[in-house]
Design a binder for this molecule. Structure first.
Ligand code: ATP
Length: 240
């Protein structure tokens, strides 16, 4: 398995055509950490994850994962480095079953060798998926689809998991379940970078977080420090 490494972004700028979405972002995630990126709609959170996973090339700055320059790595090469990205819209194959979707996540030759063992681990993490292993992914509930998307990402055996708004569009009770899963995943030793609008919830499962506002890091700190910060409480936690 690939070694865990530090993810390090420095001065990252990126955008879409003439539109600039990120204005010099510095961010660091050390092995074993769970780190959040929070901020309002349109702040650039999804763009940041797309840059890290090679879907969008930065126009300036450096992006490293251990000894690797990620700006020179294609998205399909990420699993070999031990990085998995769970995109915001989940992108499951709706006409494949749960188990077939998991198989897609283990397409690399080394991952295929571990298929049964990793599938069983995913099923033990998500008993709901085990019960529904033969159901078409398109017929799962929103929360089950999120579990399936996270499970599929785990099938490549990642050391670093990039999660884009796992709570988006889910009912409050399901949101709780998804965050409980994130907590379990990190207790198993995975490094997690999670983008979220649900600031109150995410601060309960991460060690540290960055606040992204219109493409710039506006604040950063431990979860406890951010949760106690009057400006954060006012803007993001609905407290006065
Ligand atoms: P949300 O929480 O609503 O998903 P976000 O913080 O993830 O927001 P991004 O999706 O990264 O924000 O978008 C940042 C900015 O870039 C927004 O102003 C958005 O309109 C713009 N943007 C995103 N994707 C594109 C695109 N493909 N073409 C042009 N502009 C884009």
């Amino acid at each position: 398995a690939p070694a865990a490494a530090t993810l390090e972004l420095s001065g990252i700028r990126a955008g879409y055509g003439d539109f600039q979405a990120l204005f010099g972002v510095d961010l660091r995630v050390a092995p074993g950490e769970a780190v959040g990126v929070v901020g309002p709609n349109g702040a650039g959170k999804t763009t940041l994850l797309r840059v890290i996973s090679g879907l969008l090339r930065p126009t300036a700055g450096t992006l490293r994962y251990g000894g690797h320059d990620l700006t020179a790595v294609a998205p399909h090469e990420l699993p070999a480095l031990g990085i998995a990205h769970v995109p915001e819209n989940r992108r499951l194959f709706p006409h494949l079953t749960v188990e077939e979707n998991l198989r897609v996540g283990a397409y690399a030759r080394t991952a295929r060798a571990h298929f049964a063992e990793r599938r069983d681990r995913v099923f033990s993490l998500f008993p709901r998926l085990a019960e529904r292993r033969h159901q078409l992914a398109g017929t799962l509930s929103g929360g089950e689809q999120q579990m399936c998307a996270i499970g599929r990402a785990l099938m490549s055996g990642p050391r670093l998991l990039l999660l884009d708004e796992p709570s988006a569009g889910l009912a409050p009770i399901v949101v709780q379940q998804v965050f409980a899963l994130v907590r379990r995943i990190r207790e198993e030793g995975l490094t997690v970078l999670i983008v979220e609008q649900n600031v109150a919830q995410v601060l309960r499962v991460v060690d540290r977080a960055y606040v992204l506002e219109t493409g710039r890091i506006a604040a950063a700190g431990s979860s406890a420090a951010l949760a106690a910060d009057p400006a954060i409480r006012r803007s993001y936690l609905g407290m006065h």
